[in-house]
Design a protein around this ligand. Structure first.
Ligand code: ADP
Ligand code: MG
Length: 626
């Protein structure tokens, strides 16, 4: 029967093109990918054999075998795992299953693709074979399939592959790489042995290499299979017996990430709940961190048998970037995703693993913590809302920008409390649309004058997060835009310097306020003399403390909600030259224009926009022209 010709899925073709044009600094990773696949195939069969032991009866001892043929220029990676039917080979070796990859490939420029890290985090998997081979042949027979139901799949990595039925004497898969001329190095026994050892050290299936013994006098050289790993699952070893290098390699095997992990936590727990967990934090956020369709989670093993990938039940959503595995004897071998949802053991494990993960972050040194926060800070913020049980631990991980720290986002809540001036009760924060808007906000003036530090926030998630926060270590969180800032008891060097008697009398103040009130009418709820302003002329504060900030309004608007029209109290800085100039205006009509412009300015600075910009400009221009 003639071979069928198939086109690769478009995104596979794109990926293959990128691979062909990329210069890799670490080409050898193709071996990790292929050995990983062989090991995965064996794990899958081990699992299937729990309910169908007949699948492995004919060939019960699992192994991965690697053989180089220098004359033929081929390298063959074989396993006796679950194998593939023709339909499965066409499907699995012709498409990319992950969702969201299209986008990633679209945005990855040829320049970036040269950078192995970029493309590595994407997980090139099987297709990495084409980095070193100009033709790849796969011969596979699925466990349980007949001898003549095997498949031969072949491609040169351009746009198409062929597939046809063939025979194979037993189940399993051979991946045969026809090496590119200039990649023959990988066929060299020494190079190969070194690389294979590195990539199979932690694999729980024995990996054998076909080795040639030097010929004795007058005899042919002999060959034999030599085992190159000790085939013990890495996480079953005592942590003290595992080297840093082994942890890193195991991470790469698990995740397909080509970069080292940032940190890991390996725990073996006995007693009431028995489990072994190995959690890793990547050093770079994955491109699909915010893709809701992508399943995330740990690998689950029960009694050392691989059960499932990406089991979501063991970590909260805000820790979805954590990779690793959990192995337990307390779940049944036939556990399903549905069962996990309701399992008490799973929810106990989730509790325990969440603590382990948070603890792992709390222990990071300053340099690593910085990487952690830059990459994952935004996701950790979700935890403030999502995980009230661990709120304190999550709050300790948060870092902020503030009025007393320049540049980087580095202030922890404990830092903040430690340097609070005497008499300060609350933790002050300000949410704005951007860092610039936060730093320049008039709401900070009075707080700065008093020597009070303000945490600055401007990310989309901040509004939501702060909404869920009431206090830390007995101190209330108070927005700098709140009506009452409760600053009276604060004693700092700055606050003493700022104490000076008001220049104006109470009667003058009342008269000024009354004039503004009359001019603005029902555009405002009230007009007050401000205690918080130093340079700015005026600001608005909500009629109540829970006023919506601009970010929240936009979110609600985008969600199609109708917003109540908001009115504010206008706070006036009677010492500002602008307000003084306005008050000096005797003509009531002109004064109305002044009052309108001052209100619009305050709204503009609070919201980043005003309802009637044209009207504002008209009034402003009228004043400028006198
Ligand atoms: P991943 O391993 O992340 O799923 P790969 O590109 O490495 O992605 O492999 C794609 C798919 O091809 C695998 O999920 C598996 O279904 C199939 N496959 C690859 N190698 C083997 C193998 N040695 N035995 C059985 N199936 C395999
Ligand atoms: Mg793979």
């Amino acid at each position: 029967m003639a071979a069928e010709v198939h086109a690769f899925q478009t995104k596979v073709s794109k990926l293959l093109k990128l691979l062909a044009n990329s210069l890799y600094s670490n080409k050898e990773v193709f071996l990790r990918e292929l050995v990983s696949n062989a090991s995965d195939a064996i794990d899958k069969l081990r699992f299937a054999a729990i309910s169908r032991p007949e699948l492995v009866k004919d060939d019960p001892v699992f192994s991965i075998r690697i053989r180089a043929d220098r004359e033929a220029g081929t390298l063959t990676i074989s396993d006796n795992g679950i194998g593939m039917t023709q339909a499965e080979a066409n499907q699995h070796l012709g498409t990319i299953a992950q969702s969201g990859t299209e986008d990633f490939l679209e945005h990855l420029s040829a320049e970036q693709a040269k950078d192995a890290q970029q493309i590595g985090q994407f997980g090139v998997g099987f297709y990495s074979a084409f980095i070193v081979a100009d033709r790849v042949t796969v011969v596979s027979r699925a466990a349980g399939a007949a001898e003549n139901e095997a498949v031969k799949w072949e491609s040169d990595g351009s746009g198409t592959f062929t597939s046809e039925l063939t025979t194979r004497t037993c189940r399993g898969t051979d991946v045969i790489l026809h090496m590119k001329k200039d990649e023959a190095d990988f066929l060299d026994p020494w190079t190969l042995r070194g690389t294979i050892t590195k990539y199979s050290d932690h694999i729980s299936t024995p990996v054998y290499l076909w080795e040639t013994k030097p010929a004795e006098e007058g005899k042919e050289p002999t060959h034999e299979w030599v085992q190159v790993n000790d085939a013990k699952a890495l996480w079953t070893l005592p942590p003290k017996d595992v080297t840093e290098e082994q942890y890193k390699e195991f991470y790469k095997h698990l995740t397909h990430d080509w970069e080292d992990p940032l940190c890991w936590a390996h725990n073996r727990v006995e007693g009431d709940l028995e489990y072994t967990s190995l959690l890793y934090c990547p050093s770079q956020a994955p491109y699909d961190l915010y893709n809701r369709d992508v399943q995330k989670g740990l690998k689950l093993f029960v009694e050392r048998v691989f059960i499932m990938d990406r089991a979501e039940a063991f970590l909260p959503n805000y820790l979805r970037f954590i990779k690793g595995l959990v192995d337990t004897n307390d779940l049944p071998l036939n556990v399903s995703r549905e069962l996990l949802q309701e399992s008490r053991v799973a929810s106990k494990l989730k509790k325990a693993l969440t603590k382990r993960a948070l603890d792992m972050f709390a222990k990071l040194d300053a340099e690593k913590f910085k990487v952690f926060w830059t990459q994952f800070g935004r996701v950790i913020k979700e935890g403030v809302v999502e995980d009230p049980d661990n709120r304190d631990a999550v709050l300790k991980l948060l870092r902020f920008a503030s009025t007393k720290s320049e540049g980087a986002v580095t202030v922890s809540l404990s830092d903040y409390l430690a340097r609070m001036p005497e008499g300060q009760k609350n933790i002050y924060y300000l949410i704005a649309n951007s860092r610039e808007a936060a730093e320049g906000s008039p709401y900070l003036e009075g707080l700065k004058k008093k020597g009070v530090e303000v945490l600055l926030l401007w990310e989309r998630i901040d509004e939501w997060m702060m909404g869920a926060l009431t206090e830390f270590d007995g101190h209330k969180f108070v927005s700098a835009t709140a009506g009452d800032l409760e600053l009276d008891g604060v004693k700092s060097p700055e606050s003493e310097a700022a104490e000076k008697p008001s220049e104006t009398s109470k009667e003058d103040d009342d008269r000024a306020v009354a004039r503004f009130k009359a001019a603005l009418g029902d555009q405002v709820v009230d007009v007050k003399v401000s205690k918080r302003l130093v340079d700015s002329a005026a600001c608005v504060v909500g009629a109540h403390d829970q006023m919506l900030t601009e970010q929240m309004r936009r979110m609600l608007e985008a969600a199609g909600q109708k917003l109540p029209e908001e009115k504010y109290t206008l706070e006036l800085n009677l010492e500002s030259p602008l307000v003084k100039k306005a008050l000096a205006e005797a003509n009531p009509e002109k004064f109305n224009e002044w009052a309108g412009v001052i209100l619009d300015q305050a709204l503009l600075s609070e919201q980043g926009s005003i309802k009637d910009p044209a009207g504002f400009l008209k009034r402003l221009n009228a004043l400028l022209l006198g």
